[in-house]
Design a protein around this ligand. Structure first.
Ligand SMILES: [Zn+2]
Length: 347
């Protein structure tokens, strides 16, 4: 069959056949909060993963303020524990710690989880705990969320105003130890000064698991052209976030999501852009109004792309990429190839 006669549907299926990689998903937090209920992964998430053809998902440990500081390490370890237990029970998902384990998951058409950490609050200021979390499977760490912690400062949801300071001594030690152990360093959320310092301290490819271009919305949570170029020089990957956080719901569209992909690809090449969906709507909708107001005041009001709010919508993105004229080779790079390249290189 020639390409021109292939239906869009068949083309999407073919492009999805070897799976999609999303480098950021707040799964462990939800599994932990629902730990008294059995099989949450199978009942609430697996159908969406399978519908979207997910192959690898970065499962991010995140600790809410109410557990900090005393229970940070405990809740993080509990979140990891829930992930292993639920993955095992599902028989369809598996936690991966090496590139070989990722390859095996892909070959067996299981969904592989890569355990990641968004903000090092679980470590407190104890570098020895990094080894503990490494042994527990953590393979990618972003030093901060929007908060300040013992390692550094997060970028805020405004054009300027986060701390002008870079990392703390603990943060610098942590970055060096991550590179030594083989933990991928994720530059999502870190403030501009911390970003620069991490670049200077490291030599391996760096990633930004989930972010957007400041070109479209100029806040420190997003990354500048200069930062995008640094990731390109290091042959890293930037995952595009589906929570576009702009001021207007009308701007949260699939086309705008593809604009971010295109913009990054034009600056640093198609080999350095991937997916970091950061699907969050399922958590947000469970929140009471009071907590939504708190988020709006503290950070931002998130705007979700209506046809890209969970993993079952992944094909909508692929359709849009086809519509926007991306080649099959480029789509495969965005959907999984680029992430696979760095995972192979770093794990
Ligand atoms: Zn995030």
């Amino acid at each position: 069959m020639t390409q021109s006669k292939e239906s869009i549907e068949a083309r999407v299926d073919r492009l999805h056949a070897d799976g999609v990689i999303d480098m950021h998903f707040d799964l462990p937090m939800d599994l932990y909060e629902k730990r008294t209920q059995p099989n949450i992964l199978v009942t609430e998430f697996l159908p969406e993963f399978e519908a979207g053809g997910m192959a690898v998902i970065g499962a991010a440990i995140y600790i809410e303020d109410r557990y900090l500081p005393e229970r940070g390490a405990q809740v993080a370890l509990d979140q990891i524990s829930r992930l292993y237990t639920e993955a095992e029970q599902s028989k369809r998902c598996v936690v991966c710690r090496t590139h070989q384990e990722i390859s095996r998951a892909l070959d067996s058409h299981k969904v592989g989880f890569l355990v990641t950490m968004e903000g090092v609050e679980p470590l407190g200021d104890d570098l020895d705990l990094l080894r503990t979390f490494y042994e527990a499977g953590v393979r990618e760490i972003g030093l901060t969320h929007a908060r300040t912690n013992a390692a550094g400062h997060g970028g805020i949801f405004a054009a300027s105003g986060s701390s002008p300071k870079g990392l703390t001594q603990f943060g610098r030690d942590l970055v060096r130890e991550c590179e030594r152990l083989g933990i991928i360093i994720d530059l999502a959320h870190i403030n501009p000064a911390g970003f620069k310092e991490i670049v200077d301290l490291t030599t391996k490819p760096l990633i930004v698991s989930h972010t957007n271009a400041r070109k479209f919305y100029d806040v420190e949570r997003n990354i500048s052209d200069e930062q995008i170029k640094v990731i390109g020089q290091r042959r890293g990957v930037i995952g595009i976030n589906s929570v576009l956080v702009g001021p207007r719901q009308e701007d949260a569209t699939l086309d705008r999501y593809v604009d971010h992909i295109e913009y990054v690809a034009n600056l640093i090449g198609i080999d350095c852009v991937g997916i970091g969906f950061d699907f969050f709507e399922f958590i947000y909708r469970q929140w009471p109004e009071e907590k939504k107001r708190w988020l709006a005041e503290k950070l931002t009001t998130p705007h979700f792309i209506p046809d890209l709010t969970n993993h079952s919508h992944a094909q909508n993105l692929t359709c849009k990429l086809i519509e926007r004229g991306f080649s099959d080779d480029d789509i495969v790079k965005i959907l999984r190839g680029n992430w696979l390249r760095v995972l192979e290189e770093l794990l």
